[in-house]
Design a protein around this ligand. Structure first.
Ligand code: ATP
Ligand code: MG
Ligand code: ZN
Ligand code: ZN
Length: 660
């Protein structure tokens, strides 16, 4: 007995498939083409439209660097490719040119970038997209390359039919179909009844070798061109004789890919003899099988290569012919933390480790590390700040015209080849997987099991991964490892600051309110001091002298020596007046020296509480314990688990103790 539920599902699926079935003749097809000329579009146009149909979205202003003023983000790649705006934009420019049948589009498209920058992912998305595309494609039934039915129209009648149907018929009939017409559909008086040729609807499918071909170079000595253009079938040769298409297998990758895409992996590793076929195909849309007339093919040639091969290739003048026939699309790594983290999240979600908790800040540390290795020094800005700027974070010196600043710095970075070298997402995900794997002892009853990785686990895993990583220069390795130490301008230093902020915010209930309160008190006293007035005390309802203790408590942290307190306060007063005049807010975090002092003050007040709370021994007082528990609860609300919340407190306690 079949499960009724299953049966229903299968019935539904059967109907869906049935709906895409169609059989007819070239004549029937011409009727459809007349009504919907777009069904006869060429492969690049099909791919271009498939991507455009999903729509586009605006990108942040600061992404619109020189040459990319009209850049947008294509929804087709949403949730699959993170970042990569420029690469996809360049690719779309090419596809558009190809869709319009211009010379620019008649080239080999080559995605070029460092390892694991998403080149294969982009190709796969295009292939998958074609397989899922519902727009019907029609082909001559029985044609080995499932060619366009309009090819059946003989050359001498094309003009008339072009006009009648409102399409532009391109390409000659393949030898197999020609033979079928000659043998089975030709009148005694010699008229070819081409319009009677049977036509079917096809589905692009890599599995069934329809519309998608893949070519991977292997040993050039043993690999031969037949893999691309098919070969003579020896067993049929004696039946039909040479030059009879029935004795030829048109199953090379290029033929299989007709109507869709050929993915040419690591193109520059292939022998030069393979390149000539591609050049003619890109330029003239034809290939030549030995002993047969040229064969027309309609497909996108999508190749990829990595940077090292590319540099070799570029510098070799022997490759000039090919240089000219390629359209390069640079696929660099990400330069923003946000996008980079999304890659890791995607890969973790796809893995078996998706149930292990990852403490807040952990993936950030990994992404910051990766991005710092990819950025180049600039006179305008240090690396850490550059990283933050690219990530759209607040930086005081870049608040005015920030988009413009980011653009200029990004342009400089791009020109220098930023994000084409450094640490790859694959390196990072390997480290993440190792770190996650070490936490997977759920069933072993291991009491060290925490089920959670923290930023410090991550730093350790990243360092360790260098032991298991081949490639890269020793001197780079040293620079990279430095980023993982507690030195200034390192990811560890950044994490310390992050962790301290997290903990202060957890301990100080409503951190901002307290900061604002402290600031208001300072500000009020400072104003009175400068204007030589008394302060109105709301509690006592009396006027009193400005409170030196309150002001000095803040100023000493900047530090402002006692002798220069007058100038400092005057400075604050003037800054405030300027701010208000410019219509800006005057808040606790407006004036940087004050902001930092207030943060320090609140942190200092906390220092004891935190250090005490972390000890959490028998002697810890009930009050401190309660405070600690409240902080832990706040951390849990922010995405920490029991383990990493406690670990965070321990870490910050240690940092504070050392700073004392
Ligand atoms: N920008 C990105 N967005 C989403 N995922 C990415 C991105 N870059 C890399 N990845 C992920 O990293 C992994 C490696 O990417 P992919 O295989 O596409 O790289 P590649 O450029 O083809 O590398 P290689 O040169 O090593 O073949 C994949 O799992 C991919 O999903
Ligand atoms: Mg790849
Ligand atoms: Zn054919
Ligand atoms: Zn955790």
């Amino acid at each position: 007995m079949l499960n009724q539920d299953f049966r229903d599902i299968i019935l539904k699926q059967q109907e869906e498939v049935g709906a895409t079935k169609w059989d007819g003749t070239v004549m029937d097809y011409m009727e459809i083409a007349q009504k919907q000329p777009e069904i006869s579009m060429l492969a690049p146009a099909r791919i271009y439209n498939m991507i455009m149909r999903c729509g586009v979205e605006a990108v942040p202003e600061n992404r619109k660097t020189k040459g990319y003023e009209d850049i947008v983000s294509y929804n087709f790649f949403n949730e699959k490719i993170f970042g990569g705006y420029e690469a996809i934009h360049d690719m779309m420019k090419f596809l558009k040119a190809a869709a319009r049948r211009t010379e620019t589009g008649k080239r080999i498209m080559m995605l070029m970038g460092p390892v694991s920058s998403g080149k294969s992912t982009i190709s796969n998305l295009i292939k998958k997209g074609l397989e899922m595309d519902d727009n019907p494609i029609y082909a001559i039934k029985g044609c080995p390359i499932h060619e366009d039915p309009l090819h059946a129209i003989p050359e001498q009648f094309r003009n008339e039919w072009n006009e009648k149907l409102g399409v532009r018929i391109e390409g000659q009939l393949c030898p197999v179909c020609q033979l079928i017409i000659d043998k089975n559909h030709t009148d005694d008086n010699g008229f070819a009844r081409w319009h009677e040729l049977p036509v079917e609807m096809i589905k692009i499918s890599e599995q069934r070798r329809c519309g998608i071909g893949t070519f991977t170079p292997s040993d050039p000595k043993s690999q031969d061109i037949t893999e691309l253009i098919g070969k003579v079938n020896m067993s049929k040769l004696h039946m039909y004789g040479e030059s009879d298409p029935r004795a030829y297998q048109f199953d090379g990758e290029l033929q299989v890919a007709n109507r869709g895409v050929i993915e040419y992996i690591e193109i520059l590793k292939a022998d030069i003899k393979f390149h000539h076929v591609l050049i003619t195909l890109a330029q003239e849309q034809v290939i030549k099988a030995p002993g047969f007339p040229q064969m027309y093919l309609d497909e996108l040639i999508l190749s990829h290569t990595n940077q090292t091969e590319f540099d070799k290739f570029k510098n070799d003048p022997a490759n000039e012919a090919l240089h000219d026939r390629m359209y390069y699309v640079k696929v660099p790594w990400n330069d923003t933390i946000k996008d980079e983290i999304m890659i890791y999240k995607k890969l973790i979600a796809e893995s078996e480790f998706s149930n292990i908790h990852i403490s807040p800040g952990t993936l950030e540390v990994a992404a910051q590390f990766a991005i710092l290795t990819r950025l180049f020094d600039s006179k305008k800005i240090n690396l850490i700040k550059k990283m933050k700027l690219y990530n759209d974070e607040y930086l005081e010196e870049f608040t005015k015209g920030k988009d413009k600043d980011i653009k200029i710095i990004r342009e400089e970075g791009r020109a220098n080849g930023e994000c084409m070298s450094g640490i790859s997402p694959r390196f990072i995900t390997n480290a993440i997987n190792i770190a996650l794997g070490q936490k997977e002892h759920v069933e072993t009853g291991d009491d060290k099991y925490t089920g959670c990785i923290t930023a410090l686990d991550m730093v350790r895993a990243l360092r360790d991964n260098f032991e298991h990583h081949i490639g890269g220069q020793e001197k780079d390795k040293e620079v990279y490892l430095n980023l993982l130490t507690a030195k200034e301008e390192s990811v560890v230093a950044e994490y310390k600051e992050f962790a301290k902020r997290e903990v202060s915010k957890a301990f100080v209930h409503a951190f901002d309110d307290q900061a604002e309160e402290l600031f208001t008190r300072y500000d009020m006293n400072c104003k009175s001091f400068c204007k030589e007035e008394t302060v109105f005390d709301e509690i006592t309802g009396e006027y009193r002298e400005p409170d030196e203790k309150i002001m000095r408590a803040v100023e000493e942290l900047i530090p402002v020596p006692n002798e220069s307190k007058r100038e400092f306060r005057k400075g604050v007063f003037v800054y405030k007046a300027d701010c208000l005049e410019e219509g800006k807010k005057w808040k606790w975090d407006t004036y940087k020296p004050l902001k930092e002092a207030i943060e320090k003050k609140l942190m200092n007040d906390l220092r004891n509480v935190v250090t005490l709370s972390i000890a959490n021994t028998v002697s810890t007082s009930a009050k401190v314990k309660a405070r600690r528990n409240r902080a832990l609860k706040t951390l849990r609300k922010k995405g920490y688990c029991d383990h990493c919340a406690v670990a965070l407190l321990g870490f910050v306690g240690e940092v504070l103790r050392r700073e004392n």
